[in-house]
Structure formats: structure tokens, C-alpha cells
Write a protein that binds this ligand. Structure first.
Ligand SMILES: NC(=O)c1ccc[n+]([C@@H]2O[C@H](COP(=O)([O-])OP(=O)(O)OC[C@H]3O[C@@H](n4cnc5c(N)ncnc54)[C@H](O)[C@@H]3O)[C@@H](O)[C@H]2O)c1
Length: 284
């Protein structure tokens, strides 16, 4: 099956990025939100990114218009009925996601591929609420979608080879590099990254070194562009805690145990860059 028309559920941070990259790669895209306000906000963020690209000379004004014309926003799930591949990028909540998969399964064609962009939830739990679990997989994009070149293609024990192949070919057609991984907590990247970030927070909590020195050590000693505490602030400490807890819940592996300092900071509303305060302070 050749993918021509893509559906994206959710037009938040990731959904808007995925929508833009798909339209930029020549696909017609339908993107949905729960209401007009969120939809307009998501579509406006796509327009503003493309306008910046025009201002920087990376895109022509005609190029921008031809991308926007391929995107249709909707608040009606029925508009997904003729999509070949649908990527769910709604909020990280299993109950929401299961409802979305039940609905998509009801309205879509027999051969439509359903993908989730979840960072931390079990893909098979979503697949098994559908009648065609062999056509369900994870397509895990990274933030910001237009910049980050990786997609983790996640296969469950029931995903068919054909579905994996379609997911892989599609992701590559967006200019992304693909890795294939089993449906395990955190897949490859978060399974390595989350314990690393949590360990850095434990180290700070144990007063082993200052936040600046922990970040400098990783920045200069390992050549990472950003230290783990600064990266946690960028990711959002609430998101980090949510992902760590979800991975811990599924695996009971202590490497995903979130330190008390992280919980206290989230309770205090110190969520990192987005609130102006996390491990560091930021101008809003
Ligand atoms: N933020 C990241 O860095 C990142 C990276 C990779 C994957 N993800 C995953 O991508 C998904 C989305 O994350 P995000 O950061 O874009 O969140 P977000 O909160 O920015 O966006 C989620 C959007 O989904 C919408 N939504 C919720 N239920 C919906 C429904 N039934 N129909 C249509 N829209 C609905 C919400 O209104 C919201 O705008 C999550 O599963 C997350 O784990 C996030």
C-alpha cells in the first residue's frame, strides 16, 4: 500500500510538527484537534514556522503556500476515513489514546495503518482495542520534528512485517533515519536517556557536585551539546516525571525510579524552561 494521504490526531507540539513535515514532503494531511481554539493555535504555529523559513530564505512564499494548501484542519474524526496512514499525537494518556484508536478503527478503511507517537506507553495496549492490531505500530518522532532526523519504528508482537515496512518507508520519505525497536518501555532512546537524566538529578540531590559542574562535565567530557539538567529543563520536568513514571509502571525497573527532588520541583510548578524556572532560571 502506498501512503498518499496522512492523518494526524492532535495538533500540539508534536502533531503540528508531524503535520508540517508530512505536508512539506508532499503528502496531503488531515490534522484534528478537540476544539477550534486548539486547532487554530496548532495551525498558527505551523504557519509561523513556515513564515520564519521564508524570512530566512529557506523557503519561497509559493513553497509555503503549496505546503499550507495540503493541510486540512478538522475537529471531526470522520475526516480521517480516507487516510492511508494515521499518526496519533494526542496527549500522553492511555485512556485518551485507547478511545482514539477505537474510533479510528471504526471509521477507517480495512488497510489503513494506525500509528502512535507515544514516548512511553505500551503500543500493544492501543493495538488490541482495534480489530486489526497487525496494522498498528509506533512511529516515535523527536522534538522539534522538522529538525530531529530520527524516527523509532516500534513493532509489537502482533505488528505485521508489511506494516513495519510501510512505517519505515513512509518515515524515510520524510527525510528521517529509521531504527526498528520492539514495543518495550522507552524504546531505544528514552530507555537510555531517562535513567541518565534521573541519575544526574540524584547526583545533584546527593550534593555530589553543583548543577553547573554536572552539566559542564557531560558537556565537555562527553561532548554532549547540553548537560542533563539543562536538557531536563528543556524537555519539561513534568514531562520527564510522566515518562519516568510510565516506564517504571510498565517495567518495575529501578533505573526509572524518579528522585524526590524531581517530584518536589514538579509539585512546586518549577517545570523548566516553559515556566521560567527549573534547575536554572529563564526569561519568559
Ligand atoms: N513533547 C515531546 O518532546 C514529545 C516527543 C516525542 C513524542 N511525544 C509524544 O507525542 C504525543 C503528543 O505530545 P505533545 O508534546 O505534542 O503534547 P501536546 O500537549 O503539545 O499536544 C497534544 C494535543 O493533543 C490534543 N488532543 C488530545 N486528545 C485529542 C483527541 N481525542 N483528538 C485530537 N486531539 C487531541 C490536545 O488538545 C493537545 O493539543 C504524546 O504521546 C507524547 O508522549 C512527545
Amino acid at each position: 500500500m502506498k501512503v498518499r494521504k496522512v492523518g494526524v490526531v492532535g495538533c500540539g507540539l508534536m502533531g503540528s510538527g508531524i503535520t508540517q513535515v508530512c505536508a512539506q514532503s508532499g503528502y496531503r494531511v488531515v490534522v484534528s484537534e478537540t476544539n477550534d481554539e486548539f486547532l487554530n493555535k496548532g495551525l498558527a504555529s505551523i504557519r509561523s514556522t513556515l513564515t520564519e523559513d521564508v524570512a530566512r530564505g529557506k523557503l519561497s512564499p509559493q513553497g509555503k503556500d503549496s505546503i499550507l494548501v495540503r493541510i486540512k484542519g478538522t475537529t471531526n474524526t470522520r475526516d480521517f476515513s480516507d487516510c492511508d496512514l494515521i499518526i496519533e499525537a494526542a496527549s500522553e494518556n492511555m485512556d485518551f489514546k485507547k478511545k482514539i484508536f477505537v474510533e479510528l478503527d471504526r471509521i477507517c478503511r480495512e488497510d489503513t495503518i494506525l500509528a502512535t507517537n507515544t514516548s512511553s506507553l505500551s503500543v500493544i495496549d492501543m493495538a488490541m482495542v482495534t480489530t486489526k492490531p497487525d496494522k498498528v505500530l509506533g512511529l516515535h518522532f523527536f522534538n522539534p520534528v522538522r529538525v530531529m532526523s530520527l524516527v523509532e519504528v516500534v513493532r509489537t508482537i502482533v505488528t505485521s512485517d508489511e506494516t513495519v515496512e510501510i512505517g519505515k518507508t513512509f518515515s524515510e520519505s520524510l527525510g528521517k533515519s529509521v531504527v526498528i525497536v520492539k514495543d518495550t518501555p522507552g524504546f531505544i532512546v528514552n530507555s537510555l536517556l531517562i535513567p541518565f537524566l534521573l541519575n544526574a538529578i540524584c547526583m545533584l540531590e546527593a550534593d555530589i557536585a553543583s548543577k553547573e559542574d554536572i552539566d559542564t562535565a557531560i558537556n565537555l567530557g562527553l561532548n554532549h551539546p547540553m548537560g542533563p539538567l539543562m536538557l531536563s529543563d528543556l524537555m519539561g520536568l513534568d514531562t520527564l516525571l510522566l515518562v519516568a513514571d510510565a516506564q517504571y509502571e510498565q517495567s518495575k525497573d529501578p533505573k526509572y525510579w524518579a528522585p524526590p527532588l524531581l517530584r518536589k520541583m514538579v509539585t512546586a510548578g518549577w517545570l523548566g524552561r516553559k515556566t521560567g524556572k527549573g534547575f536554572y532560571e529563564y526569561a519568559l
